[in-house]
Design a protein around this ligand. Structure first.
Ligand code: 4AD
Ligand code: MG
Length: 465
């Protein structure tokens, strides 16, 4: 048996002509028998569609074929011929079927609808379901589109560290990285404090919440850069939009202000939607059929229309005047909660909205102070159904102002010497943002829970698989 060069089912289905000899490998979705034949629906994950295999009763192992059940893996050789049946162009008449792995009767993915909750419990098998394999194919395609978008625009892909000593967002939602044994006496100083000098990196370290600070250093050398990697937040938010491990795309641009940043974020969101529409038609149709009937209308509308922009202050005024009963209070100086974000995009503007110029008190230290002395050049891009999908800002490029911001945030500027150096040596206005890849996938697929757009989700209290 060879595993080399089988034909992906996707390619067989796209064939322009019959093929005399094809070899396919995959998993049985269903099997049904007629008098002289067995019909097998075979799927190998290369496409949403199955290929129908016709197994004649003249096959030497026909008895084994008739025992095949959903979930079994097989290799098939035969001829690709025009299908007699409805609904498919091609089918494969098998000369040979090798049973590679049978499936026990307890196989949990029998051919019937399953709830997302049930599928989460079998995260190791759910990639074999139509819905989840479609999500993974779209995820793969869009990861590619991310690179295409930035590479076409002259951005350089950079890799920022996953283990870091800084808390970029200043929210204290950090996972510690340590090799110290917390129970061992030698991990402590004589005062009983943890002795970080004895730790692996001789200092406290964490999993990164954002690659931004390092990306700034790279942008102030390479002009336009982007990261695309995993980020971690020990945020105890058990919501449908928060994961403890998620992927973020972070462009950073030297010589760019908040306006340029907002424009890039809007173009990027539109580009990804258009890419999925173009390259994943079967999958998008499946989502529209089974996940969200309004999906295609909604996202096409997003691609076609300009996004709205509004200052934080005007957004707060609109919310206060809305007459809507919100669970959380809204007033100038308070964070917008998800219900407020959703009111703005879903009820008021009925399209994506970029909110900008937030009060400095509710934003991290690195954001650029505006002329008014009260607000910073921050932006959040909000989309219907989800709320915030992008967060970004123009960065404070003035050394003294940045040092002052740090002190206001109870940070010790000396701890960030390298970051301040960037303002000492050839500082320049610069801006960037972070787009949450999973939130984008939720928006594009209509899938309402972040746990279902990543293969193995990590959320508070849950790190199985
Ligand atoms: O708004 P955030 O916290 O911004 C930053 O981290 C900046 N340093 C980015 C930058 O300017 N380079 O996060 C950016 C985006 C959010 O808008 C959201 O889409 C996503 O990351 N995000 C999460 N996605 C899933 N689960 C979580 N817990 C998330 N937290 C943020
Ligand atoms: Mg944010």
């Amino acid at each position: 048996m060879t595993y080399l060069s089988p034909t992906p089912i996707k390619d067989a289905l796209r064939s322009n002509a019959p093929i005399d000899a094809v070899r396919l490998q995959g998993w049985v979705r269903t099997r049904r028998d007629s008098k002289d034949f067995s019909f097998i629906e075979l799927n190998d994950g290369s496409s949403l569609r199955n290929l129908q295999i016709i197994a004649r009763n003249t096959l030497s192992n026909y008895a084994d074929v008739q025992r095949l059940t959903t979930g079994a893996s097989i290799a098939v050789s035969g001829a690709l011929v025009a299908s007699q049946g409805k609904g498919q162009k091609w089918e494969l008449v098998a000369d040979k079927i090798e049973v590679i792995g049978t499936a026990e009767d307890s196989y949990p993915l029998q051919k019937k609808g399953h709830t997302p909750e049930f599928l989460r419990e079998i995260a190791h098998l759910r990639p074999r379901s139509n819905l989840f394999s479609s999500i993974l194919r779209v995820r793969s395609r869009l990861a590619f589109a991310v690179h295409e978008f930035f590479q076409d625009r002259g951005f350089i892909y950079v890799h920022t560290p996953i283990i870091t000593g800084s808390d970029c967002e200043g929210a204290g939602e950090l996972f510690r990285v340590t090799t110290l044994d917390p129970a061992a006496a030698e991990s402590r100083t004589t005062d009983g404090e943890i002795d970080y000098k004895k730790d692996f990196f001789a200092r406290p370290t964490y999993l990164t919440v954002s690659g931004q600070l390092e990306a700034e250093a790279l942008a102030l050398a390479l002009s336009k850069v982007y990261t695309f990697g995993p980020t971690f937040r020990a945020e105890n938010s058990n919501t449908s939009r928060h994961a403890s491990e998620f992927w973020m795309i972070e462009p950073e641009m030297a010589f760019c202000d908040l306006n340029g940043n907002m424009t890039l974020a809007e173009e990027f969101v539109k580009y990804l939607i258009a890419d999925a529409r173009k390259h994943c038609p079967d999958e998008m149709e499946l989502f529209a059929k089974f996940v969200d009937k309004e999906l295609l209308v909604r996202i096409d509308f997003v691609v076609e229309r300009p996004f709205q922009r509004i200052t934080y202050s005007d957004a707060v005024d609109l919310l206060k005047k809305s007459g809507e009963k919100f669970e959380f209070p809204i007033d100038y100086g308070l964070n917008l909660q998800s219900e407020h974000e959703r009111w703005l995009t879903e009820k008021h503007f009925k399209c994506p909205v970029t909110v900008f110029n937030f009060p400095k008190e509710i934003k991290p230290f690195y954001m650029r102070l505006n002329e008014d002395g009260k607000t910073v050049a921050a932006m959040d891009l909000l989309v219907p159904g989800i709320g915030e999908i992008v967060g970004g800002s123009q960065r404070e490029e003035r050394l003294e102002v940045l040092q002052e911001n740090m002190r206001r945030h109870d940070m010790v500027p000396a701890d960030y010497k390298w970051y301040l150096d960037l303002r000492r040596y050839g500082t320049a206005p610069h801006s960037g943002f972070g787009l949450g890849f999973e939130r984008m996938l939720m928006f594009i697929t209509g899938v309402p829970n972040i746990r279902d757009v990543i293969p193995f989700a990590r959320t508070p209290g849950s790190a199985e698989f």
